[in-house]
Design a protein around this ligand. Sequence first.
Ligand code: ADP
Length: 286
Amino acid sequence: MAYGGLVVLRGIDLDVHRGEVFALLGPNGAGKTTTVEILEGFRRRSAGEVRVLGADPERGGDAWRGRIGLVLQSWRDHRRWRVAELLTHFATYYPDPRDPAELLALVGLTDQAGRPVDRLSGGQRRRLDVALGIVGRPELLFLDEPTTGFDPEARREFHVLVERLAREEGVTVLLTTHDLVEAERLADRIAMLVGGRIRVCGTPSDLARRAAAQAEVRWTAGDGTARRERTKDPSRLVWQLHRDAEGPIADLEVRRPTLEDTYLHMVHRADDGTDGAAPAGRGGHT
Ligand code: ADP
């Protein structure tokens, strides 16, 4: 994908399966929004093939669009509408909408039903965005940085909601986020996009395993000095320590590589330019 002469996506090849929560991670400027906008049909791609729910998003008609829900980064329309009125109004656009009152309960906004939209807190506003995104019972839901600015409690409630949509209703979710804990908690699979390329893609535990980052083992030796060693095989190291020690090992601690270690490793490796070239512009589909 190129904007004028600037190539921003360099051969993205990804499949999102029906019913999964898929997270797209990457630093600012990596190409996440461009990718998501191509999949949503809001942006024309300069090359490549994309199928979303069986259709090319550039040619998706109203029926196709009705099967997709969007929670975009920020749109601030409808400030003067009251919450329940706005939902009821949006529901009329869809053939089989959710009941607005049930939807308010689902996103935890029942008490705010009569409030104007511009009186909601940031977290409540975001939950209203989600409610608007799912009022038409989408099969596929795009969530673009959905919890930016949430406090921990609102974030947790939001995660429960997304899990419910995915697990109980089989909604496919494509999520972009900067929050690695969020990705790890919600996503069945994660792709890391850096410099317009997918660097890794897999389940959260795949990614941690594939990282060149090693586990770190710390302990206090018999002479009282703190020791630290990095290893790909921490259980073997711990076994050796026990074998060689005369008594218990003090302060033993094993730290596995986290998703954050993997992420930072990928971002830095990309900065070093240690990756190969790939053909331009393929897309993903469900
Ligand atoms: P992300 O969402 O990961 O932050 P974006 O997809 O927004 O990344 O941007 C990827 C690159 O494309 C950036 O270098 C950005 O400056 C550039 N870009 C994004 N949109 C446009 C546009 N409409 N015209 C020109 N360049 C753009």
